[in-house]
Unconditional design. Structure first.
Length: 278
């Protein structure tokens, strides 16, 4: 929702987009209503964007690029920075590293990892949290989370290894239909050549060994082969580069993978949950 206080809190990128859009619109002699007709938005939405009462969404930026961008690609460039500004403060340092990584090892024990979430699942998860967030902020965070998934189709591709705690697959966010769609999305992701997806069963088996009890974990390798770890607890986060600590986390990831179901068994289980197998 467009709000007056947003004008004072608008980011530098949002202000730049507003000024450039206003200038380019003026150079064409268009009213806000005319620009809105060209990009598929109301005059009020254009006014809100130009005054920073409601910064441009990712979809609006794409439309502005199509209609006003010409060869400058200024709105396309702005999309990356607007997305970054939507992330929670504790997450902003991690996202660029994730997007550039050549290898990512992930263990999720509370909910499906953000890189693998459907839009409906992400909205149910973010919108159902506490304290409750305004609808506009929920939409911003969902859009930012979906934008991260461009990593899957990046060239060169990244190797992504994900282990999901079994309870993640049975804990319902939203409703059962959202969960079925999420399971089908996971199955689709599991078939990607650059993705390894496994399920860590709740029953540890005869040996009783369980390496996943310390919480969710991300370990990544940067293009210059630096290894980093990222952990979150109750909206607090730590990005770690100390080789000894990162090595310990990487070893824990390896142990978790060894205790998980095989990729084939994991895919079969996920498909059963989706109702795609008897």
């Amino acid at each position: 929702m467009a709000r007056a206080e947003n004008k004072e809190m608008a980011s530098p990128t949002a202000r730049l987009v507003a000024e450039v859009a206003r200038t380019m619109r003026g150079s064409r002699g268009w009213t806000q209503e005319q620009l809105g007709e060209e990009i598929g938005y109301s005059a009020a939405a254009v006014s809100a964007m130009e005054t920073c009462a409601q910064p441009a969404s990712d979809d609006m930026l794409a439309a502005l690029e199509r209609v006003l961008g010409d060869s400058s690609r200024v709105f396309e460039a702005a999309r990356k920075y607007i997305r970054m500004e939507k992330y929670p403060d504790e997450f902003k340092a991690y996202v660029p590293l994730e997007q550039a990584a050549v290898r990512i090892e992930l263990y999720a024990m509370d909910f499906v990892h953000g890189l693998f979430q459907t839009k409906a699942y992400a909205r149910a998860l973010i919108g159902g949290g506490y304290p409750p967030l305004p609808d506009a902020r929920v939409t911003e965070l969902v859009e930012a989370r979906m934008a991260r998934q461009a990593l899957f189709d990046r060239d060169p591709t990244a190797l992504i290894q994900l282990v999901l705690e079994e309870s993640v697959l049975t804990r319902v966010f939203g409703d059962k239909q959202i969960m079925r769609e999420q399971m089908r999305h996971l199955a689709k992701c599991a078939r990607r050549r650059n993705v390894t997806l496994q399920v860590l069963p709740s029953d540890p088996g005869p040996g009783g060994e369980y390496a996943g009890g310390h919480g969710s974990l991300n370990v990544l390798e940067t293009p210059d082969h630096q290894h980093l770890a990222y952990v979150e607890v109750q909206e607090e986060s730590w990005l770690l580069s100390d080789p000894a600590k990162v090595s310990r986390y990487a070893q824990r990831c390896a142990k978790i993978r060894a205790q998980a179901l095989s990729t084939r068994e994991s895919l079969d289980y996920i498909e059963r949950l989706a109702g795609d197998q008897q």
